[in-house]
Design a protein around this ligand. Structure first.
Ligand SMILES: [Zn+2]
Length: 295
């Protein structure tokens, strides 16, 4: 999933993105270099609409403006820890990758019309705890945000195709706040020193990402985009209302990673988030009853 800066520039020259903030950091939700290359091939063969700025992500979620939809069901999450394969530093963040050739680690229900397969999860975080999350709630920022990236196997053949397809991806976002140590996450934190530098990857088995889903099933949902080039508007976002807690030591381990390869001047991997984008004409729906708005 590596985009060189030059490649991003070339992409944007070919497909100018008007009135958008173009991230200078190399950071994206897309899944791996192989899939990106496949996607680019497919894009050349079948040009798809490029971001026009009508449904970009992340956004600020205004609880007063979000609309309670009583038809929205809780998200169903069914992950098989044995699908967990690899931990990788891709030079933008670290991600944990999953076997996705079958419908064995999936989400469904909620705002989704069918099952979506888990491809990978990753985090965004700040250099300090007053920044880090991509989404915000009533302009409140969290120190970090988890993204669990799933793709639509009914509509697409693979995750590379999915990033070019409307409703191709479903990403579950979970805010992280500082508090008590997250015991189940520690297995992942303990593995991070093995992927300190860009392009480092190690086997990472038997991890259940469901341990990072908060107990309360309330969420907001809205149609959005990848948060980095190609910024395609392919994502159904599901943002969990409640944050999970991690300890300052655990977050410090995230910040101890490097954007840089072995031998390069070390640059700490921090502030790998995109600022919020205009809501435009979108409505954020929620499972949270409100006195103000409802469907
Ligand atoms: Zn992300």
């Amino acid at each position: 999933m590596v985009f060189s800066f030059r490649a991003i520039q070339a992409f944007l020259k070919r497909f100018p993105v008007r009135d958008l903030w173009i991230p200078m950091r190399n950071c994206n939700l897309a899944c791996c270099t192989q899939n990106i290359n496949k996607a680019k091939q497919q894009e050349r063969q079948n040009p798809v609409p490029v971001p026009s700025g009508v449904r970009q992500s992340p956004i600020d979620i205004s609880t007063d403006d979000s609309v309670y939809d009583p038809q929205l069901k809780p998200l169903k999450i069914s992950y098989d820890p044995s699908n967990c394969l690899l931990l990788r530093n891709n030079g933008y963040f670290f991600q944990v990758e999953f076997e996705d050739s079958k419908d064995s680690s999936v989400i469904s229900s909620g705002p989704l019309k069918n099952q979506y397969r888990l491809k990978q999860f990753h985090f965004h975080w700040g250099s300090k705890s007053d920044r880090g999350s991509e989404h915000t709630v009533n302009n409140q920022v969290y120190p970090a945000e988890l993204h669990l990236v799933h793709w639509n196997p009914v509509k697409c053949n693979n995750s590379g195709e999915a990033i070019l397809s409307e409703n191709g991806l479903a990403v579950v976002g979970v805010f992280l706040k500082l508090g008590k140590r997250h015991d189940s996450l520690q297995k992942l934190v303990d593995a991070l020193p093995a992927v300190k530098h860009k392009d480092a990857a190690v086997d990472f088995f038997n991890f259940d990402p469901a341990c990072m889903i908060p107990p309360c099933s309330d969420y907001w949902t809205y149609p959005g985009s990848l948060t980095a080039p190609p910024l395609t508007e392919c994502v159904t976002w599901v943002i969990m209302k409640d944050p999970i807690e991690v300890s300052p030591d655990q977050l410090a381990m995230f910040r101890s990673l490097f954007y840089t390869s072995v031998g390069e001047k070390q640059k700490n991997m921090v502030d790998n988030y995109r600022p919020v984008q205009p809501l435009m004409k979108r409505t954020v729906y929620s499972t949270i009853p409100s006195f103000h708005n409802s469907v």
